[in-house]
Design a binder for this molecule. Structure first.
Ligand code: ADP
Ligand code: MG
Length: 149
Protein backbone atom coordinates (compact mmCIF):
# COMPACT_ATOMS: atom_id res chain seq x y z
CA UNK A 1 0.00 0.00 0.00
CA UNK A 2 1.28 3.49 -0.82
CA UNK A 3 0.04 6.66 0.87
CA UNK A 4 1.23 10.12 -0.15
CA UNK A 5 1.08 13.01 2.31
CA UNK A 6 1.81 16.65 1.60
CA UNK A 7 2.29 17.99 5.14
CA UNK A 8 3.55 16.88 8.53
CA UNK A 9 -0.05 16.97 9.80
CA UNK A 10 -1.18 14.64 7.03
CA UNK A 11 1.57 12.18 8.03
CA UNK A 12 0.42 12.47 11.67
CA UNK A 13 -3.13 11.67 10.53
CA UNK A 14 -1.95 8.39 8.95
CA UNK A 15 -0.10 7.60 12.18
CA UNK A 16 -3.22 8.39 14.18
CA UNK A 17 -5.21 5.83 12.20
CA UNK A 18 -2.50 3.22 12.73
CA UNK A 19 -2.44 3.98 16.46
CA UNK A 20 -6.19 3.70 16.77
CA UNK A 21 -6.24 0.38 14.88
CA UNK A 22 -3.20 -1.12 16.62
CA UNK A 23 -3.23 -4.00 19.08
CA UNK A 24 -0.78 -5.26 21.68
CA UNK A 25 2.01 -7.17 19.98
CA UNK A 26 1.97 -5.10 16.80
CA UNK A 27 5.51 -4.23 15.69
CA UNK A 28 5.93 -1.31 13.29
CA UNK A 29 9.29 -0.71 11.62
CA UNK A 30 9.97 2.75 10.16
CA UNK A 31 12.66 3.16 7.52
CA UNK A 32 13.83 6.25 5.67
CA UNK A 33 16.40 9.02 5.77
CA UNK A 34 16.84 11.50 8.60
CA UNK A 35 13.97 14.00 8.43
CA UNK A 36 11.75 11.79 6.32
CA UNK A 37 8.95 11.81 8.90
CA UNK A 38 9.37 8.76 11.14
CA UNK A 39 9.05 10.62 14.43
CA UNK A 40 6.28 12.82 13.03
CA UNK A 41 4.35 9.67 12.12
CA UNK A 42 4.91 8.27 15.62
CA UNK A 43 3.42 11.45 17.14
CA UNK A 44 0.23 10.58 15.27
CA UNK A 45 0.33 7.01 16.56
CA UNK A 46 0.55 8.44 20.07
CA UNK A 47 -2.53 10.55 19.40
CA UNK A 48 -4.41 7.54 18.04
CA UNK A 49 -3.55 5.60 21.22
CA UNK A 50 -4.50 8.58 23.43
CA UNK A 51 -0.99 8.79 24.90
CA UNK A 52 -1.15 11.88 27.13
CA UNK A 53 2.40 13.24 26.79
CA UNK A 54 4.05 14.60 23.66
CA UNK A 55 6.19 12.17 21.68
CA UNK A 56 9.69 13.32 20.79
CA UNK A 57 12.61 11.62 19.12
CA UNK A 58 14.28 9.02 21.35
CA UNK A 59 17.53 9.35 19.39
CA UNK A 60 19.68 9.93 22.48
CA UNK A 61 17.82 7.78 24.98
CA UNK A 62 17.25 5.05 22.33
CA UNK A 63 13.91 3.99 23.83
CA UNK A 64 10.88 5.53 25.52
CA UNK A 65 7.86 3.77 26.95
CA UNK A 66 4.56 5.64 26.99
CA UNK A 67 1.62 4.45 29.05
CA UNK A 68 -1.74 4.70 27.34
CA UNK A 69 -5.26 4.19 28.65
CA UNK A 70 -5.67 0.93 26.75
CA UNK A 71 -2.26 -0.04 25.38
CA UNK A 72 1.27 1.08 25.96
CA UNK A 73 3.59 2.36 23.24
CA UNK A 74 7.28 1.48 23.03
CA UNK A 75 9.17 3.92 20.79
CA UNK A 76 12.71 2.97 19.79
CA UNK A 77 15.22 4.82 17.64
CA UNK A 78 17.71 2.15 16.58
CA UNK A 79 19.99 4.63 14.78
CA UNK A 80 22.60 4.45 17.52
CA UNK A 81 22.23 0.77 18.30
CA UNK A 82 25.50 -0.68 17.12
CA UNK A 83 25.04 -4.37 17.81
CA UNK A 84 22.39 -6.99 18.43
CA UNK A 85 23.51 -7.53 22.08
CA UNK A 86 22.76 -3.83 22.61
CA UNK A 87 19.27 -4.47 21.28
CA UNK A 88 18.86 -7.47 23.61
CA UNK A 89 19.88 -5.28 26.56
CA UNK A 90 16.82 -3.11 25.96
CA UNK A 91 14.79 -6.21 26.91
CA UNK A 92 11.67 -5.04 25.12
CA UNK A 93 8.45 -6.98 25.68
CA UNK A 94 7.14 -6.86 22.11
CA UNK A 95 4.02 -8.85 23.04
CA UNK A 96 2.92 -6.52 25.82
CA UNK A 97 2.76 -3.23 23.89
CA UNK A 98 2.63 -1.63 20.48
CA UNK A 99 6.25 -1.16 19.35
CA UNK A 100 7.54 1.37 16.86
CA UNK A 101 11.14 1.03 15.80
CA UNK A 102 12.70 3.85 13.81
CA UNK A 103 15.69 2.61 11.75
CA UNK A 104 14.42 -0.91 12.47
CA UNK A 105 16.39 -2.21 9.50
CA UNK A 106 19.51 -1.82 11.68
CA UNK A 107 18.26 -4.52 14.04
CA UNK A 108 16.28 -6.53 11.51
CA UNK A 109 17.69 -9.95 12.51
CA UNK A 110 16.36 -9.43 16.05
CA UNK A 111 12.84 -8.51 14.95
CA UNK A 112 9.94 -10.82 14.19
CA UNK A 113 9.29 -11.16 10.46
CA UNK A 114 5.64 -10.30 11.11
CA UNK A 115 6.17 -6.51 11.24
CA UNK A 116 4.38 -3.69 9.54
CA UNK A 117 7.16 -1.96 7.60
CA UNK A 118 6.80 1.64 6.47
CA UNK A 119 9.43 3.15 4.19
CA UNK A 120 9.35 6.96 4.07
CA UNK A 121 10.54 8.64 0.88
CA UNK A 122 10.82 12.44 1.12
CA UNK A 123 10.57 15.09 -1.57
CA UNK A 124 10.17 18.72 -0.38
CA UNK A 125 7.04 18.66 1.79
CA UNK A 126 5.62 15.49 0.33
CA UNK A 127 6.26 12.02 1.64
CA UNK A 128 5.57 8.65 0.13
CA UNK A 129 4.75 6.00 2.76
CA UNK A 130 5.34 2.53 1.36
CA UNK A 131 3.57 0.17 3.74
CA UNK A 132 3.92 -3.60 3.72
CA UNK A 133 3.09 -6.51 6.01
CA UNK A 134 5.39 -9.42 6.86
CA UNK A 135 2.82 -11.84 8.27
CA UNK A 136 -0.77 -12.30 9.48
CA UNK A 137 -0.64 -9.93 12.44
CA UNK A 138 0.72 -7.01 10.45
CA UNK A 139 -1.58 -7.96 7.56
CA UNK A 140 -4.54 -7.43 9.89
CA UNK A 141 -3.28 -3.95 10.75
CA UNK A 142 -2.61 -3.09 7.12
CA UNK A 143 -6.07 -4.31 6.07
CA UNK A 144 -7.66 -2.28 8.87
CA UNK A 145 -5.75 0.80 7.73
CA UNK A 146 -6.80 0.27 4.15
CA UNK A 147 -10.40 -0.18 5.28
CA UNK A 148 -10.32 3.06 7.26
CA UNK A 149 -9.41 5.21 4.25
P1 ADP B 1 12.72 11.40 11.14
O1 ADP B 1 12.17 10.90 12.44
O2 ADP B 1 12.44 10.49 9.98
O3 ADP B 1 14.15 11.78 11.22
P2 ADP B 1 11.09 13.74 11.68
O4 ADP B 1 9.68 13.26 11.78
O5 ADP B 1 11.81 14.03 12.96
O6 ADP B 1 11.93 12.73 10.76
O7 ADP B 1 11.15 15.07 10.81
C1 ADP B 1 10.42 15.25 9.64
C2 ADP B 1 10.48 16.74 9.30
O8 ADP B 1 9.90 16.96 8.00
C3 ADP B 1 9.66 17.57 10.29
O9 ADP B 1 10.33 18.79 10.49
C4 ADP B 1 8.35 17.78 9.55
O10 ADP B 1 7.68 18.96 9.96
C5 ADP B 1 8.83 17.89 8.11
N1 ADP B 1 7.81 17.52 7.10
C6 ADP B 1 7.47 18.25 6.02
N2 ADP B 1 6.55 17.64 5.27
C7 ADP B 1 6.28 16.46 5.90
C8 ADP B 1 5.40 15.39 5.59
N3 ADP B 1 4.62 15.34 4.48
N4 ADP B 1 5.39 14.34 6.44
C9 ADP B 1 6.20 14.32 7.54
N5 ADP B 1 7.04 15.32 7.87
C10 ADP B 1 7.09 16.39 7.06
MG1 MG C 1 13.18 10.26 14.20
Amino acid sequence: MIIRTDSADATRDVGEAVGRLSRDGDVIVLEGDLGSGKTTFTQGVGRGMAIPEPITSPTFVVMREHRGPERDLVHVDAYRIGSLPEWDDLDIDLEGAVSIIEWGNRVAPALPSDCLTIVFVADDDSRELQISAGGPRSRRLLDALEGSR
